[in-house]
Design a protein around this ligand. Structure first.
Ligand code: ADP
Ligand code: MG
Length: 260
């Protein structure tokens, strides 16, 4: 029997993931299962491994041990017998194209217009029809509130506008999940709200989102699950009212008392 999308309860399924940089073990056995249509906020001190974990989800970092499945598909490897073999670059790019990634520093292509930034990957990585993608891109850019900036270049936009373009670019890939790595921490304070509003809108629309952020109020409001990481392990996870208001672990309480 082959698995269909509907059989796959967990869009994100991380098992026993370890990752070291030299002698520095940064992920020390991560297990994480996330259901379709849920919003997960990952909290934790600087250096706890949050970015590395997000990057292993789309094979930007190779795991040393363990497996990552997105939408039921093993990421970065295929199984032959009882061995895992790394996929070819082309197959990794195809897998990555179903996993949206929004970075702290926007990472738009500086030499492409707003519209071209959004159209590029669905055409080149997913082989979709350019005219069809362009129609969809215009609608997405309208939705995130930059429909009047289609032909501007990134440097002509504010940070908040650039980040909203980056979100439209992620959405254009029709991703199974969108990963956000501190999407508002490079923004001037007055621009944070407009980006959080767009992310909130996606969450209400049923998207599967994983968000690393220090915005605790936002986490309380939109997260189904809050995951607290420290020292390369998940210390605790649960609904916001448990983890944020009644943390079970001293390390979680200490972190929250510093950021709240
Ligand atoms: P966080 O996002 O929680 O701040 P990171 O995942 O960025 O944490 O980093 C966790 C640890 O891994 C840190 O000690 C960091 O210095 C180290 N690290 C991250 N990326 C690399 C890399 N490419 N090479 C070497 N060390 C790295
Ligand atoms: Mg980080």
């Amino acid at each position: 029997m082959t698995a269909t999308r509907d059989d796959v309860d967990h869009v994100v399924d991380v098992r026993g993931v370890h990752k070291s940089f030299g002698a520095n073990e940064v992920l020390k056995g991560i297990d994480l299962q996330l259901r379709r249509g849920t919003v997960t906020v990952i909290l934790g001190p600087s250096g706890s491994g949050k970015s590395t974990l997000l990057r292993t989800l789309n094979h930007l970092e190779k795991v040393d041990r363990g497996t990552v499945r997105i939408d039921g598909e093993l990421i970065g490897y295929k199984r032959r017998g009882d061995k895992l073999h790394e996929l070819r670059a082309r197959d990794i790019l195809r897998q990555r194209s179903r996993i949206g990634f929004v970075f702290q520093n926007f990472n738009l292509f500086p030499h492409l217009t707003v519209l071209e930034n959004v159209v590029e990957a669905p055409v080149s990585a997913q082989g979709r029809d350019r005219a069809e993608v362009e129609t969809e891109a215009r609608a997405l850019l309208e939705r995130v509130g930059v429909g009047d900036k289609l032909h501007d270049y990134p440097k002509q936009l504010s940070g908040g506008q650039q980040q909203r373009v980056a979100i439209a670019r992620a959405l254009a890939l029709r991703p199974a999940v969108i990963l956000f790595d501190e999407p508002t921490s490079a923004l001037d304070p007055e621009l944070v709200g407009e980006v959080l509003d767009v992310i909130r809108d996606l969450s209400l629309d049923g998207a599967t989102l994983v968000i690393v952020t220090h915005e605790i109020g936002f986490a309380r409001e939109v997260a189904d699950t809050v995951v607290f990481m420290d020292g390369g392990v998940i210390v605790e996870q649960g609904p916001p009212r448990d983890v944020l208001d009644h943390p079970k672990h001293e390390r979680t309480a200490a972190f929250l008392s510093r950021v709240l």
